[in-house]
Design a protein around this ligand. Structure first.
Ligand SMILES: Cc1cc2nc3c(=O)[nH]c(=O)nc-3n(C[C@H](O)[C@H](O)[C@H](O)COP(=O)(O)OP(=O)(O)OC[C@H]3O[C@@H](n4cnc5c(N)ncnc54)[C@H](O)[C@@H]3O)c2cc1C
Length: 395
């Protein structure tokens, strides 16, 4: 019987989790790729750049604990060990209701498609974002550049901020990560003995002025100025322009805008939500298309709770359901697997940490094995990273 052809776009969290749940067993060894491919009922092709980035550790560049080489993995050997064909290319369009992927170098036909193309940051939302701000979300190289600028500053004003895209009824943006950056900045400047020469501001139009809570408390304890409710009209050289024309001086701005699906995907004829995500149903299927699944930061949710963010963790839950559903779909059965909604992340402040957690079914993280507020969580976060990256490097 001819093998069923599955094409994947992207080699980030969503695609790798999808493959992990699609292909049993989830671990493999060098030399087994050919055998696994021969035994598999699927003929799988992944289109991507071959480089996996572990984004959750980018804020730790601020303390010097992590660098680019520590958090990036050449993903081609991992794919080879699973018998997955890798094509180094960029998808530029989708045709024939999902049956053809158009790339810079050619066209790839499939019997089923999975899209894990990640986010696009809305750089055009606030003028000057691309030119005058840095972001941990732009990748490790951009964060290294920010660090070079920070390292030569002896005093100054640093603004750390975020804006969320909430048009689709959930949180498409990076709030927690920017809180983490602000507190790590405080830690790193104290360690250098220059904290008293710096002002650190935390701003976001998505937080109500006067907001209280655990995160606000830790920011206050660190003398971080809270500009809750603030949105600049524009970022400019040397600072930010307010809506009333006032100029705020800033030596550095670390800012991340809201998220939506990448432009090429939004323009590829797939259904798109009002907020700019690919529209999917509760099974991860693209609405109205046959055997086309999407997960991760480029995908919408059907009826999400308002607090759910885009996270690697959510990408995992969604990709798990999508992989199981695609298998059913390819067997001619109706997809039946849905996913839970969960916000779960460790906010690392280096000298302290918080486990932020909300779940649609109120299930606690890891059977409540870990405390919710403890410096020990810094080590736990580190261990998660090492486990996952070693899995990608060696198994
Ligand atoms: C600074 C930071 C800290 C974070 N911290 C956490 C955390 O603590 N916990 C957590 O759960 N989440 C965290 N996240 C969020 C998490 O990293 C994302 O939610 C996750 O990466 C989404 O997975 P994805 O596969 O959708 O996108 P990505 O991981 O970005 O992968 C997208 C993939 O698609 C590829 N691609 C893009 N366009 C194309 C194209 N045209 N053709 C082919 N390939 C393409 C990219 O190269 C990439 O391989 C953090 C993110 C950032 C930026």
């Amino acid at each position: 019987m001819a093998k069923q052809r599955i094409t994947l776009i992207g080699n980030g969290f969503a695609s790798l989790f999808f493959l992990q749940y699609l292909l049993a067993p989830p671990v493999s060894l060098p030399g087994l790729g050919g055998l696994r491919r021969w035994l598999s009922r699927y003929d799988i092709t992944l289109i991507g750049n071959g480089r996996f980035v572990y984004f959750p550790s980018i804020p730790e560049f601020i303390t010097g604990k992590k660098r680019t080489r520590d958090i990036t993995v050449d993903i081609r050997p991992w794919l080879r060990r699973r018998g997955v064909r890798f094509v180094e290319d960029r998808a530029t369009g989708i045709a024939d209701g999902g049956r053809t992927v158009i790339t810079e170098k050619g066209r790839f036909e499939n019997d089923a498609l999975f899209i894990g193309a990640g986010p696009e940051f809305m750089l055009d939302d606030i003028p000057g974002t691309a030119e005058h701000t840095y972001s941990p979300c732009s990748g490790p190289e951009a964060m290294e550049t920010f660090m070079q600028r920070l390292d030569v500053l002896e005093k100054g004003v640093i603004y750390v901020g975020f804006k969320l895209n909430k048009q689709d009824g959930f949180v498409a943006g990076r709030g927690g990560q920017m809180y983490e950056c602000a507190t790590l900045l405080d830690y790193a400047l104290k360690r250098r003995g220059v904290r008293d020469r710096f002002e650190i501001h935390l701003f976001s139009p998505n937080i109500e002025p006067g907001e209280t809570g655990m995160i606000t408390d830790v920011l206050r304890e660190r003398n971080i100025v809270l500009d809750y409710g603030y949105e600049p009209a524009a970022f400019e050289a040397g600072g930010m322009r307010d809506a009333d024309g006032r100029f705020r001086q800033a030596d550095l701005v670390l800012f991340t805008p809201g998220i939506r699906a990448p432009a090429w995907l939004r323009e590829s004829g797939l259904p798109v939500s009002p907020g700019g995500h690919v529209s999917v149903d509760r099974y991860g299927r693209v609405v109205g298309l046959d055997k086309v699944y999407v997960a991760g930061d480029c995908a919408n949710h059907e009826e999400p709770p308002p607090w759910v963010p885009h996270q690697a963790h959510m990408a995992q839950l969604r990709s798990q359901a999508a992989a199981k559903n695609l298998k059913q779909d390819l067997r001619g059965q109706a997809p039946s697997h849905t996913y839970r909604f969960e916000l779960s992340c460790i906010l690392n402040m280096e000298n302290d940490a918080l486990w932020l957690h909300v779940a649609s079914d109120e299930r606690p993280p890891f059977f409540n094995l870990f405390p919710r507020h403890s410096r020990k969580l810094v080590k736990v976060k580190d261990a998660f990273e090492k486990l996952y990256l070693n899995y990608l490097r060696y198994l």
